[in-house]
Design a protein around this ligand. Structure first.
Ligand SMILES: Nc1nc2c(ncn2[C@@H]2O[C@H](COP(=O)(O)OP(=O)(O)OP(=O)(O)O)[C@@H](O)[C@H]2O)c(=O)[nH]1
Ligand SMILES: [Zn+2]
Length: 352
C-alpha cells in the first residue's frame, strides 16, 4: 500500500491482493490472468481520463494522476499497472477505438469497450447502409454492436422501423428509447451492467441525451479527488469513464464524438456472414459475386436461397467501402506529392 498526497486530499491505492474495488470498474478473471502474465511490476488500475502528459487512473478505491513513458500509447478504458505514480505496464486490450487524424496519424481514443451503442434518431429517415456501416464498425474494433433507435416519441409507428432494422442487422439487438418518457433506459442499464459501453452515431442522433439520462444518478467515485478551480471553488474532476447505477460503465469523449467511420475488417464478414458462407463455393477466390462464372452467390439468388434484396444491400455496402477507401488513398497521394514538392523546393533553395 502506498500513499500519495495532493494539496486537498490524501488517497490510498489498494494492494494488488485486494481487487474488490476493481470489479466495480469491470475487472474480471480475464484481466486477472493478463495481470498474472505481465512481466511488469505494479498494481492494477483503469484509465478514467487522458490528459496528454498524465492519465487519471482508478482502482475503484481511489484515483491518482499518473505519468507514463512516452513510448506508451494509452487511452481511456485501458487497464494498466501503476508503480510509484507511474504507469509501469499496459494489459492487452480486448478492443480499441481509433481515430485517424491527418496531423498525428492514428490515435487510440478508447479501449476495452464491450458494447457500442449505435444511435439513430427516429425523427429522420434511416439509411440502411449507414446502419450497416456503424454496426460493422463496432465488430471491427472488437466490440458488440447494439442498435439504439432514439426519440421514438417523435415517431408514429416505431415498431415498423425496428422490424425493418432487425431485418438488416440479423442477430444484433435493437432497442427503442425516448428520453421524454424514459422508454428503454432499463434495457440499456441491464445491457451495460458489468460492461463498458460507448455511443456512436451522427450529430443530433440523441447520444448526449441518452448519456445524460443514463448518468442522472451517476455513481460517485470512491476517493474522487475534489479539486479547486481558479476561484477556489470545489469542482469534481472531469472524467471520461462514467460509472452507472447497476454496475455499468460509459466512455464518452470528444474523440468518439468526431469519429469518422470506415470498415474494412471482419465487421463486413460478420455482417454478411450468409453471403461470405456461400462465397466459399465460388469458383474464383477473388469472386466479386457480380458477373463471374461459377459464382455460388449468384446461383443462390437464382434458386431463391438468397434474397436479391440482401445481395443488393451487400453490393451497395461494398461499393461504398471501395469508394471511401479510394477517396482516402487519393487524398494520401496528394499529401505525399505536396510533401515531395516541398522537399524538392527546400533542396533547390539550399543549392542556390
Ligand atoms: N423528443 C425527443 N427529443 C430528443 C430525444 N433525445 C434527444 N432529443 C433531442 O434531439 C436533439 C439532439 O440530441 P443530442 O442528444 O444533442 O444529440 P447528439 O447525438 O448528442 O448530437 P451531437 O452532440 O451533435 O453529436 C436535441 O434537441 C434533443 O433534445 C428524445 O428521446 N425525444
Ligand atoms: Zn461469387
Amino acid at each position: 500500500m502506498w500513499t500519495i498526497s495532493s494539496p486537498t486530499s490524501t488517497v490510498h491505492l489498494a494492494d494488488s491482493t485486494d481487487l474488490g474495488g476493481l470489479v466495480s470498474l469491470g475487472w474480471g478473471d480475464e484481466w486477472g490472468e493478463k495481470l498474472a502474465a505481465s512481466p511488469f511490476d505494479g498494481t492494477p488500475a483503469r484509465v478514467a481520463r487522458h490528459d496528454g502528459v498524465k492519465v487519471m487512473v482508478s482502482d475503484g478505491e481511489s484515483v491518482l494522476h499518473a505519468t507514463f513513458p512516452r513510448s506508451m500509447q494509452l487511452a481511456v478504458g485501458d487497464w494498466v499497472q501503476v508503480k510509484n505514480e507511474t504507469i509501469s505496464g499496459l494489459l492487452e486490450r480486448t478492443s480499441q477505438l481509433e481515430r485517424d487524424s491527418a496531423e498525428s496519424g492514428p490515435q487510440i481514443i478508447a479501449a476495452n469497450v464491450d458494447l457500442v451503442l449505435v444511435v439513430f434518431g427516429a425523427d429522420r429517415p434511416l439509411k440502411r447502409n449507414k446502419v450497416l456501416r456503424f454496426v460493422a464498425f463496432a465488430w471491427d474494433i472488437g466490440a458488440r454492436p447494439v442498435v439504439v433507435v432514439s426519440k421514438i416519441d417523435l415517431h408514429e409507428d416505431s415498431s415498423q422501423l425496428v422490424s425493418g432494422i432487425e431485418s438488416w442487422v440479423g442477430d444484433v439487438d435493437v432497442i427503442e428509447t425516448s428520453i421524454e418518457d424514459g422508454v428503454g433506459m432499463d434495457k440499456l442499464f441491464a445491457l451495460l451492467s458489468g460492461r463498458t459501453g460507448t455511443l456512436i452515431g451522427e450529430s443530433g442522433a440523441g447520444k448526449s441525451s441518452i448519456v445524460n439520462a443514463l448518468m442522472e444518478d451517476e455513481v460517485a467515485w470512491i476517493g474522487d479527488v475534489r479539486e479547486r478551480d481558479a476561484k477556489g471553488r470545489h469542482t469534481t474532476t472531469h472524467r471520461e469513464l462514467h460509472l452507472l447505477p447497476g454496475g455499468g460503465m460509459i466512455i464518452d469523449n470528444p474523440g468518439i464524438r468526431s469519429l469518422g467511420l470506415s470498415s474494412e475488417g471482419e465487421g463486413v464478414e460478420q455482417l454478411f456472414s450468409d453471403i461470405e458462407e456461400l462465397a466459399i463455393a465460388c469458383r474464383f477466390r477473388d469472386c466479386a459475386h457480380r458477373t463471374e462464372p461459377g459464382c455460388a452467390v449468384l446461383a443462390a439468388i437464382e434458386t431463391g436461397d438468397l434474397a436479391s434484396d440482401r445481395w443488393n444491400a451487400y453490393c451497395r455496402f461494398i461499393d461504398e467501402q471501395t469508394e471511401s477507401s479510394a477517396r482516402a488513398q487519393s487524398k494520401q497521394r496528394l499529401k505525399n506529392a505536396r510533401k515531395e514538392a516541398a522537399a524538392a523546393q527546400r533542396a533547390r533553395d539550399r543549392d542556390m
